[in-house]
Design a protein around this ligand. Sequence first.
Ligand SMILES: [Mg+2]
Length: 322
Amino acid sequence: MISSQERARGAYLGLALGDALGATVEFMTPWEIVAAYGKHAKLRGGGWLHLKPGQVTDDTQMSLALGGALLANGRIDPCEIAAAFSQWMRGKPVDIGNTVRRGIVHFRHSGQPWVPPSPHDAGNGACMRVLPIALATWRRSAEEIRQACVAQSHITHNNELSDAATECVVAMLHLGLEGAGKEELRHGPVAGLLAAYPQFRFDDKECVNPSGYVVDTLRAVLAAFFRHDDFCSILVDVVNRGGDADTTGAIAGMLAGCYYGEQALPAEWLRVLDKDIQTACRAQAPALLQLATAQGGALLARVRVRNCPGGDDARSTRPVVV
Ligand SMILES: [Mg+2]
């Protein structure tokens, strides 16, 4: 019996492992990966970002920034999350997506922790960092979960495909935390996604070289997740498909880590994974679950009716919103 805490830690560490593993082969084709490494299955660093072995990228860093904002405030406040993302961007991250950068700049200028709807921003940037929201809304009402997903996603990505993919991943994580089987995941949230948006179908043709378009990303993740029955095989499969491999690795890692639990994570990968990142993942995972199960009050701060005064620059003088 795997506890929900072990599953939460497995998800957070799995996210970081998938990010670190995939970053080496980001933007490579499957054929280039074979030529360079045969099968890429080690945390070796390198890649176009010239990473150290075990170093993570924006997928994990933004998740930790988001998780930190939730824990510091004990609630889901879009102003605080946007400010945390802005602070993260000030630290000159090793990598940042264009849509994410645009959303953060928009927040700094307007004080709005949301961007206008955009049919063009169906990137995977909101989905890749959603794990802390999933942990903090475990066993909460469907409406609270949906609002929390939207609040964090729309800071940078306001798009129905991004929303649908992100909510599907959260629903899979919630079922995973309960110990549900893969058939339940497949016939529940995944079937719901495919019924509403058939373009996410992943079993009719090979999903290789997935782009940052969230449909491509999630198709590759789902294909790998449902094809194999152990953490390592899922991650090795998905990153060797190339393309946006750090993000397919991150999303597959959180799903598989949740599904199989912390004990299933390979020791040789954990030995190499950045130690500070591991410490932060291990600390945030149970604390976020605790936030979800804490008694009393709504988790989501009702701030969408107003801007965050002055964006992040005037954050210290922002009135408390409850
Ligand atoms: Mg990345």
